[in-house]
Design a protein around this ligand. Sequence first.
Ligand SMILES: [Zn+2]
Length: 305
Amino acid sequence: MICGGIDIGGTKIEARLFSNDLATVEMRRIPTPKERLADFIDALAEQVRWLEQFSHQGQDLTVGMAIPGLIDVHTGRAFTSNLPASGHDIAAILEERIGRRLPLMNDCQAFALSEANGGAGEGFKTVVGLIMGTGVGAGLTCDGHLTPRLNGSALEIGHIGIPAHLLASRSLPLWDCGCGKRGCFERYVSGTGLAALGAHWLGRPVTAEEIVASAQAGGTQHQQVLWQWAEIASELLLIIQLTHDPDCIVLGGGLSGIPDVVPLLEKPFQSVKLGEMRMPAIRCAIHGDSSGARGAAIMASRKPL
Ligand SMILES: [Zn+2]
């Protein structure tokens, strides 16, 4: 059986066709319409049609979709900051257009589901997929399956407030977050967060890429910034452990590409974890850019339509 997945992002809508063993066979990206809902639905329908040409003998190809944001389980409405479909039941509107309903899921959940099945979290019981990129979010699976969620959300841990002692000990201010709150982890731990930490301590603008490259080349100031970032990020790992106690945490997003990111995070995590609690396995994601579509495809192929 082949299946399809559509990863809906703020800049592109990516459709992927997967083989039996969930490897990408075909892939197609188109820009995400940013203004009108009708154009956005048109683009989704276009991607579904493109995938359907690969179906066999007139059978419906299973296709799932992933978006960044919340999906109300009761109304089907999606809430997302970067799409012209926020507040709408995307699956229902698309169904009117294409004649069938495709399941929709949160993209962090898709990431976790993908890595727990044939990915870096394969073989573990409870897997948290932690994405640290433009934003910070996570997904959770148990025995390779998603857990039911009231808000169709992932683990919105990027918007947990950073502990006061982390700010006080590093003379860091409370930074405003895009969610409307202040002092969210995301502002310190994401890619832009790493750049903001660097700018704060170095006294000049700097990008996350510069910090990582310079630290790698032996630049001591940038190494200090990166170690401080890792100490703050390890407190987020501690929160994951205290609340979910997973046996595996899979890292994704741009910052998971920092060289030796696993030992960089494991070291401070060892020193902040509680007493005799065992360390979870920490792994880097295997499926990279395909995770959103791959996770959505797995969900769709399992869920009765
Ligand atoms: Zn926030």
